[in-house]
Ligand binder design. Structure first.
Ligand code: IPM
Ligand code: MG
Length: 356
């Protein structure tokens, strides 16, 4: 097939992990006889430096016409002055809103090798297979923000509409149908009005339209404990934007390293935005030691969700899993004998080329 994929390397380790993703996409194209046009564009701090805009119009245009977008990471100390008017993160948030990618899928399936690095008892990690569905274009991230009383008071309004909750709930339910058919909806309905709206909409949509899906509502504070005490008891976890941001960082601990977790952000169309859940890691940027696997696994999600290439997606996931089995580990997963970002990427590409 022919597809155009826009690559947004961004900041920090973003360009390093993106270089490996580019090679992997090229390897997939060769191995499976596809024609991928890979088109690079600026975002985040790199875009601020070049154009003063964290999401320049040229980038929006390239992303809108692409079949899918792959992002490295944005942000870094250079641009994090709290008084700065423009911030790298604004570029990413505006891109999510512009592309209308309201459902952020974050699978967490600990690999046995990486699980050794998790601080939890190994028996707690047995059978853990989670899919977070985080609402991505609403809530406090996108509500009105500001300062009052000479800057002495600040506010971020959290706002949700019925239709915003309906569409992401339907998406979570469709995904749950392909899994263990269970949704845990996480909220703070004992305090927040938005959570009470979520609770009633989730209950109605699931009971009327998806009677085959079992569901429960869990308060977010309790959920942070359940995720560590009994992670294997959950399947699909559906939640609003800010809770989803926090819970998925917590859940990454189950997988042993943030460097292993991919994400897919999708809307109503086929196109989507794919990115590792980790950030730009300025502390290790430029050293060639970042773990590229989260980005390579994001390539797999891109192949699956935006291009409909299931066999190719599985081949990429298998190659990464085999790399972990074979002990091809970057420094986050190996104190001694760690491989470089490039060596890890190379190993996965070679395995994919040789795959039957
Ligand atoms: C994430 C990140 C972003 C978010 C930041 C970089 C804006 O933490 O994708 O989880 O908060 O959504
Ligand atoms: Mg986050």
């Amino acid at each position: 097939m022919k597809a155009t994929i826009t690559l947004l390397p961004g900041d920090g380790i973003g360009p390093e992990v993106m270089a490996e993703a580019r090679k992997l996409l090229e390897a997939v194209a060769t191995r499976y006889e596809h024609e991928f046009t890979l088109d690079e564009a600026l975002i985040g701090g790199a875009a601020i430096d070049a154009t003063s805009d964290p999401l320049p119009p040229a980038t929006i245009e390239k992303c809108e016409r692409a079949d899918a977008v792959l992002l490295g990471a944005v942000g870094g100390p250079k641009w994090s002055d709290p008084n700065a008017k423009v911030r790298p993160e604004q570029g990413l948030l505006k891109l999510r809103a512009t592309l209308g990618v309201y459902a952020n899928l974050r699978p967490v399936v600990p690999h046995p090798v990486a699980a050794k690095h998790a601080p939890l008892k190994p028996e707690l990690l047995e059978g853990v297979d989670l899919l977070f569905v985080r609402e991505l274009t609403g809530g406090a991230y996108f509500g009105e923000k500001g300062r009052e009383q000479n800057g002495q008071v600040a506010f971020d309004v959290a706002r949700y509409s019925v239709s915003e909750v309906e569409r992401v709930t339907r998406r979570a339910a469709q995904l749950a149908r392909g899994r263990r058919k269970k949704i845990t909806h996480v909220d703070k309905a004992n305090v927040l009005e938005t959570s009470r709206l979520w609770r009633s909409v989730v209950t109605r949509v699931l009971s009327e339209e998806f009677p085959d899906i079992a569901f429960e509502h869990v308060l977010v504070d309790a959920m942070t404990m359940h995720l560590l005490h009994r992670p294997a008891s959950f399947d699909v976890i559906l939640t609003e934007n800010l809770f989803g941001d926090i819970l998925t960082d917590e859940a990454s601990v189950l997988a042993g390293s943030m460097g292993l977790l991919p994400s897919a952000s999708i809307g109503d169309g086929k196109s989507g935005l794919y990115e590792p859940i980790h950030g730009s890691a300025p502390d290790i940027a430029g050293q060639g030691i970042a773990n590229p696997y989260a980005t390579l696994l994001s390539v797999a999600l891109l192949l699956r969700h935006s291009l409909g290439l299931e066999a190719e997606a599985q081949a990429v996931e298998n190659a990464v899993s085999q790399a972990l089995d074979a002990g091809v580990l970057t420094r986050d997963l190996s104190a001694t004998g760690a491989v470089s970002t490039t060596q890890a990427g190379q190993w996965v590409c070679e395995r994919l080329r040789d795959s039957a």
